[in-house]
Design a protein around this ligand. Structure first.
Ligand SMILES: NC(=O)c1ccc[n+]([C@@H]2O[C@H](COP(=O)([O-])OP(=O)(O)OC[C@H]3O[C@@H](n4cnc5c(N)ncnc54)[C@H](OP(=O)(O)O)[C@@H]3O)[C@@H](O)[C@H]2O)c1
Length: 320
């Protein structure tokens, strides 16, 4: 099969299209023919930290069709269309085939395309878990810093689904998307700042950007909470080192470590099927352009999700 192999010794591009052996499922595993995968910060951050999957193939978010199952697999059959977050199962999605334990997968609703399904798992589950951690309630004021990316576009829609009043911070080019996603108030960070407003929030999701923790604290209501999801490394480090100390009073800070959850993934797929949530896809790349896709996401200005369409690999030239 064709796969994008991470070659850490390579002096130039480290993500290289190669021909490798198609994997075989063990008794609890499922072999999936991958149709689409999406790129996450987890892919390039793992590369930067030197955390390389066993088979050197990145790609956590996968949607595809089951080609074979191990003898103990109970809940799936050959031909089922599935989707999963394989970050806890060795990654492997940037390839024509991947194997992972049965527990990684859920059935893909037929009405959702493979590209769309692959864009859902990690970002949407992170957004859902962040809102849940913040105990979001109808009518509450929620500030979402960094609404334009993979996690942000799901967070805005989910917060609206929970009937919160959503204020989103984004750059000029994301203003239209935020309007389409029904954000109640939009703060363009190129010309404005939530720090200049008198508004106070019940919940702040810090998804992207780099603000002082004390700025978030100032913008919270007295019992409010900020959930640090991502953003600059310095913001993350500050929240882990000084967060608890700075937020000793009634205002709370939580640093999120989202966990893959098939239950949460199913909840969101259902919302997508019911058209209550729509994955926003910025671009689709073919498998041989995975390096370009990862580099694009790494620049930090994707609008929604970046997808690798693996089916286009069928027409690729023969490789080493
Ligand atoms: N805690 C966890 O468990 C967990 C799980 C998943 C992801 N994460 C983290 O969450 C973060 C977001 O992930 P993602 O997949 O959504 O990333 P992403 O898709 O790369 O985010 C790109 C978006 O961020 C926006 N952005 C960049 N700088 C901004 C700023 N200063 N203010 C407001 N928006 C800004 C960009 O909008 P503009 O072009 O308008 O700037 C762009 O739309 C990453 O840091 C990731 O590592 C954490």
């Amino acid at each position: 099969m064709k796969a994008i192999i991470y070659d850490k010794e390579s002096k130039e591009e480290k993500l290289i299209l190669k021909e490798v052996l198609k994997p075989l499922p063990s008794e609890n595993e499922i072999l999936v023919k991958v149709h689409a995968a999406s790129v996450n910060a987890a892919d390039y951050r793992s590369m930067q930290m030197g955390i390389i999957p066993k088979h050197k193939i990145f790609g956590a978010d996968v949607a595809g069709t089951i080609e074979a199952i191990g003898k103990n697999v109970m809940n799936f059959s050959v031909g089922d269309e599935v989707v999963g977050d394989l970050s806890g199962h060795g990654f492997g999605g940037f390839a024509q085939y991947v194997i992972a334990n049965e527990s990684a997968w859920v059935l893909k609703p037929k009405s959702i395309s493979f590209d769309m399904a692959a864009s859902v798992p990690m970002s949407s589950v992170t957004a859902l878990q962040a809102l849940r951690k913040g105990n979001v309630k109808p009518g509450q004021k929620v500030l979402i810093c960094g609404g334009g990316g993979g996690v942000g576009t799901f967070a805005v829609q989910l917060a609206k689904h929970f009937n919160a009043e959503v204020t989103v911070v984004c750059g000029i080019k994301n203003v239209n998307i935020m309007q389409q996603l029904n954000a109640d108030h939009i703060i363009n960070y190129n010309t404005d700042s939530f720090l200049k407003k008198d508004d106070r929030f019940d919940l702040i999701l810090a998804i992207n950007g780099n603000y002082l923790l004390s700025d978030y604290k100032k913008a919270l209501k007295s019992q409010g909470m900020v959930v640090i999801v991502g953003g600059s490394l310095s913001q993350l480090l500050k929240s882990l080192s000084f967060g608890k100390l700075l937020f000793l009073g009634s205002k709370k800070l939580h640093t999120l470590s989202a966990k893959p959850s098939t239950a949460d993934l199913q909840t969101i797929l259902q919302l997508v099927e019911q058209k209550k949530v729509t994955p926003v896809i910025d671009r689709c790349y073919p498998l041989n352009q995975t390096a370009e896709a990862v580099n694009y996401l790494k620049q930090g200005h994707a609008q929604g999700k970046v997808v690798i369409n693996i089916d286009q690999a069928e027409s690729l030239p023969k490789v080493l």
